[in-house]
Design a protein around this ligand. Structure first.
Ligand SMILES: [Zn+2]
Length: 99
């Protein structure tokens, strides 16, 4: 789980997930309220994780899966990605450029 770089507060899974699901790049520490930013490598890993459910699209065509089955598997993969995303969140006190 991520730790605040200022107060070393270890964020809970729920705190990390809710902060990651916002569209803002800044994440205020729930303990000290200082601004935190996701590291570039952490953002890249999260981006790759989000691609996993999309990989099923060509696979479902190859395996000739029905649409309800393919959508169900995609939904399960999406939920699994959401569950593990907080474990890849790494924080720093300065923002990195996007690339
Ligand atoms: Zn803090």
């Amino acid at each position: 789980m991520p730790k605040c770089t200022y107060c070393q507060h270890k964020w809970s899974w729920r705190e990390a997930l809710t902060k990651q699901l916002t569209i803002h790049r800044t994440m205020n520490c729930p303990h000290c309220q200082k601004k935190q930013y996701q590291t570039r490598s952490s953002r890249q890993k999260a981006g790759l994780l989000n691609m996993i459910p999309l990989v099923l699209l060509p696979v479902s065509t190859i395996l000739d899966l029905s649409i309800p089955v393919a959508l169900s598997i995609m939904l399960l993969l999406f939920i699994a990605v959401l569950m593990v995303m907080p474990f890849f969140l790494v924080l720093k006190d300065e923002d990195d450029p996007l690339w």
